[in-house]
Design a protein around this ligand. Sequence first.
Ligand code: SAH
Length: 362
Amino acid sequence: MSTNNISLELIGSHSKSALLSLPHEKLKEWIVEKKQPQHRLAQIRQWVLLKRCMAFSEMSDLPKSLRDDLANAFALYSETIEVHKIAEDDTRKLILKLEDGNRIECVLMKEESRRTVCISTQVGCAMGCVFCASGIDGVVRNLKGYEILEQMILARNLLSENERLSHVVVMGMGEPMANLDNLLEALETACSPKGLGLSARHITISTVGLPAKIKQLGDAGKQYHLAVSLHAPNDEIRSRIVPTNAKIGINDVLEAADYFQDVTGRQVTFEYILLGGINDQNDHARELADLLRRRKAHVNLIPFNRVQGLPFQRPEQESVQEFVKILKAAGQTVTIRKRKGADIDAACGQLRRAREQKLKND
Ligand code: SAH
């Protein structure tokens, strides 16, 4: 009996469409039905996109009856914050529950005046990179455009009034290029002055490297920053740790990155995970420097973040320093990714996995 009640309740709470999931025309029709003037639409949008509203009742320039009607008809957001962890460095890690019960991760980071949200584009991931927690159980589905946008809104709404969301990194769960249309739709609103007002130049899309999609993104004529997860200096190592490489190959990935750089004028970043003993030796650094020699590239080294159950090691501190030295001597610009929120499982996909395993065992 009690189980029945719970499931009915869940169905009930999920049966309302979320506001941002509605096509503009649908909401327009609804407003007409309620005999309200059209400018209500813009007011409602402003509350959600600009004014950090978390309940229909806060929409104080709408008549009380309209606020009630909205609350009866719609959910304000499709996603709910199920877990909110705060790390010692004030990194916030969220597990968001979706309408269909799936879970995704989203991280809010603070660094000087920057406020950066790391968002997901899929539930799980199909790419199968051997060091990554997000792909261990494969992909469940693509996120809708509004589900991608809501992550930015919900994270932004956690900031204090005098803080503004400044940067977005598409580096959470999933392969953004495998869900490019929905991502572009969400980013369009994020970058609109009537949306979240972000600058396209402050948005970084990280990809495993799907050449056709990288070119499509280049052709989209936006100023988004592209980061390519290269992770190896040759096809033999790359295919071992990034399985999609076996049918693509480094050459095509680099050629697509060059195309992106040519058409957008924006420098591409190459991400390179350092896995102790696998791709972090001096020879690998030299080979990488050769590969990138004629490119004006930026290399971002990411020392492996341990994932429970995976056999990889963090690189030795000295090999990281040597790696940097060799690349710099060859004229590359190099940075090492800072570790944020290490005490709260903030690396890609780990918190969701821990949560789902806990729920399974309870
Ligand atoms: N699918 C996208 C986004 C993945 S997450 C991509 O492949 O780029 C962003 C970066 O974190 C990627 O470079 C990814 O390879 C890397 N990453 C994943 N798991 C990691 C781990 N355990 N330690 C360090 N970096 C990791």
